[in-house]
Design a protein around this ligand. Sequence first.
Ligand code: MG
Length: 160
Amino acid sequence: MADFRSGIGYDIHRLVEGRKLILGGVEIPSERGLMGHSDADVLTHAICDALLGAAGMGDIGRHFPDSDQRYKDASSLALLDAVLALILQHGYDVINVDATVIIERPKLAPYMAAMRQALSEKLRVPPDAVNIKAKTNEGLGDIGAGNAAAAFATCSLKDH
Ligand code: MG
């Protein structure tokens, strides 16, 4: 019988002027973008942590520390590629990913299909195996004020 595993990931980054907003590997027109060492793609980072968590392999900070110059300003899709390679090496395939992005603005609905496409290609699953939801924070706190965005992700893996 196949071994099934589940994992959870969370991330948060500040939203600042003068940065691009990249979510799920897709550039989204916005007055503010996410601040960080890489492109600060909070959704992709949460998914990376969910994958590593499900495989019992720690988190992205352990495998790809901020001191690693390879990922400075890099696309987080490259990070996801590297994480997937680790997962495959450890004998697992992705079944599905489900994620929620919490961002006050802009509305993400027009970009959902592109994000699912980009992420599913990296994860080697069909687009319907990558579900992304978007919520606002109802104006509450730093996320509600537009100063940060967060993401939660879960995933399931099976051994191959
Ligand atoms: Mg991050």
